[in-house]
Write a protein that binds this ligand. Structure first.
Ligand code: ADP
Ligand code: MG
Length: 595
């Protein structure tokens, strides 16, 4: 008996679950499904984003629907059109072996008559946004007077978006004896009020701690000068060549501006905010979902609907006013059991906000340093080498080979490699070679013990390169675990783990270098050599240390001096972007010019 079977789910659902490839129920599913299947009860379920809440209510709801009747029996309210469609699609997958079950999505920005027609054809389940739902009730295009189940999904977000009155109106059109199931990531006062007002003795289940952020998200902050936010953002992107991220700005104007600058600098970026038409927003979201856009710059309101599983980084270009909002932002990554990173670019005066967020999410931030130019060059170099290694050979190149061989006949292999790599590397190098350090001197945060940043005072630590990365199924947590187990190290011995696509970096204290290198001599994992080398660049430490040896603590000034004034810097940014990035990114066929 599978774990899903043990929860009491019927055959057609179990078959669909097998097709979906779900092996075990998630915690919220394990807790909610038996309760909902076995009793008619109200329920409040608190679980973080990405924990599988849709199935937690979707499976029991589908099983409880009477498909012999065409009456609407279940209503799911969700905050945005995106989520509404997402839930509808999921429910359709869950109920694929269920004959005669109609699920219809009701949301704004699409034809109301078409939606009404779909309901007429039979919709035992309606998934709706509150605004459009209210509209349809008023126009008598839908009848929810006989529903048995009402589900409030992402209740906290619905209330955040000001849907309280709409929800109240909608619920007043439903029968008293229905069951109400409320699902939410957080439990602010407004949500408990809803629970009190509209529910009868709800059972309560909580997964993880209340109000906690997603725990497989690592939170990091980077302290920079107010005017360095944009160059800092670029460096963060350049250090993570395979980034797939949402970048949050506070205003629509900033959102548009940052997206435009990124596009101008050759990144595959797009803007998502309320001043765009629905059509424009759909275009951006579609490109993002297909990963044609690597960096989606968004406002909080516009991003509420984003439900994409593979987001690697959330970047807070500016911190939100409300701490609660930070939870929603960081919840966009680390979904579906994956790990993610939430980065915050802050100025020194905003540091106390970090403290308040830490209190709220019950998780510590890592203080990190914006990578130096040299570090970025190194990462890009390894990335390039791996890209060349993994590139599929285009056989059509064959017929040109004699001529090409002729041109290159006097270049030996070593030289050829150097030249190939230099083609792209030189552009990064020329740009970053002399750029200044963007980190402000000190975040005033001495109490954290270990320096997790790249650089800083970690003179005793050694940085390593290892030839496994995300492609091999690692993230920063699992790679750390792998290293600890393989080498036999303690909890805090491995730090600054940076996992890239096909390789990674990590640090240890110099005392264990020997042990590390010995372990990884001829070590095979799954039939493949895992290779560890001491990185030329100990987390940016070397370059900085060399500099400070001659310049002492005054290296900020020196750095700035060496790159000239701000104006020149800016100009360099742009030309760098066009030459180094737009070429190679666009040639991959990634479209970013959809405006
Ligand atoms: P939430 O609503 O809690 O944010 P979702 O219901 O959207 O989370 O689920 C997040 C992802 O996890 C979806 O891609 C979903 O298909 C997947 N998922 C849900 N339940 C399971 C499971 N038991 N096993 C594997 N994946 C699951
Ligand atoms: Mg959900």
């Amino acid at each position: 008996m599978t774990k899903f079977e043990a929860l009491g789910l019927n055959k057609s659902l179990l078959n669909a679950i097998t097709d979906l490839g779900f092996e075990n129920p998630s915690e919220v599913q394990e807790k909610a499904i038996p309760i909902l299947l076995n009793s008619e009860t109200d329920l409040v379920a608190l679980a973080q984003t990405g924990t599988g809440k849709t199935a937690a209510f979707g499976f029991p709801l589908i099983q409880k629907i009477d498909t012999n009747s065409r009456t609407t029996q279940g209503l799911i309210l969700s905050p945005t059109r995106e989520l509404c469609l997402q839930i509808t699609n999921e429910l359709k997958l869950y109920s694929k072996y269920e004959k005669n079950l109609g699920t219809v999505a009701i949301y704004g920005g699409a034809s109301i008559t078409e939606q009404a027609r779909q309901i007429k054809r039979g919709a035992q389940i309606i998934v709706a946004t509150p605004g459009r739902m209210k509209d349809m009730i008023n126009r008598r295009l839908v009848d929810i007077s006989k529903i048995d189940y009402c589900i409030l999904d992402e209740a906290d977000e619905m209330l955040n978006m000001g849907f309280f009155e709409d929800i109240k109106d909608i619920l007043s059109n439903t029968p008293d004896e229905k069951s109400t199931w409320l699902f939410s990531a957080t439990m602010p006062r407004e949500v408990s009020q809803i629970a009190k007002k509209f529910m009868h003795n709800p059972q309560e289940i909580t997964v993880g701690t209340k109000n906690a952020g997603t725990s497989n998200v690592q939170h990091e902050y980077y302290v920079v000068g107010g005017r360095d936010r944009y160059p800092a953002l670029k460096r963060l992107a350049d250090t993570n060549p395979d980034i797939f991220s949402v970048i949050f700005c506070r205003t629509k104007r900033d959102t548009q501006r940052v997206a435009e600058k990124l596009i101008e600098d050759g990144y595959s970026a797009g803007a998502l905010h309320g001043d765009l038409s629905q059509n424009q927003r759909d275009l951006v979201m579609n490109s993002f979902r297909k990963k044609q856009i690597q960096m989606l710059v968004a406002t909080d309101v516009a991003a509420r609907g984003i439900d994409v599983d593979d987001i690697t980084h959330v970047i807070n270009y500016q911190l939100p006013d409300e701490i609660e909002t930070y939870t929603h932002r960081s919840g966009r990554t680390g979904r579906a059991g994956k790990s993610g990173i939430s980065m915050v670019i802050v100025t020194r005066s905003e540091m106390r906000k970090i403290k308040s967020i830490e209190n709220k999410i019950q998780q510590k931030f890592l203080s990190k340093k914006i990578p130096t130019g040299i570090e970025i060059c190194e990462i890009q170099l390894y990335h390039l080498a791996n890209k060349i290694k993994d590139t599929e050979i285009n056989e059509d190149v064959e017929s040109y080979l004699p001529a090409i061989n002729d041109v290159l006949k006097d270049v030996d292999r070593d030289e050829l490699i150097k030249k190939i790599v230099s083609v792209e590397f030189t552009r990064f190098y020329n740009y970053y070679n002399k750029t200044r350090d963007l980190n402000t001197a000190d975040s005033g945060d001495h109490g954290r013990g270990r320096d997790y940043g790249s650089g800083g005072s970690n003179s005793g630590s050694v940085r390593y390169f290892i030839n496994v990365g995300e492609k091999d199924g690692y993230d920063w947590m699992s790679l750390k675990d792998f290293l600890k187990e393989t080498v036999g190290l303690g909890k805090d011995d491995v730090f600054k783990v940076d996992v890239k696509d096909s390789f990674s970096f990590f640090n240890t204290e110099a005392a264990i270098t020997e042990k590390i290198l010995t372990t990884f001599t001829d070590l095979k994992v799954d039939g493949r050599f895992v290779n560890v080398e001491v990185s030329k660049n100990p987390g940016g430490g070397r370059g900085r240390r060399e500099r400070s040896r001659s310049g002492g603590r005054g290296n900020r000034g020196r750095d700035r001096g060496s790159s000239g004034n701000g104006g020149r810097n800016k100009r360099r940014d742009r030309s760098y972007g066009k030459s180094a990035n737009s070429g190679n990114r666009r040639s991959k066929g990634k479209k970013s010019d959809f405006f």
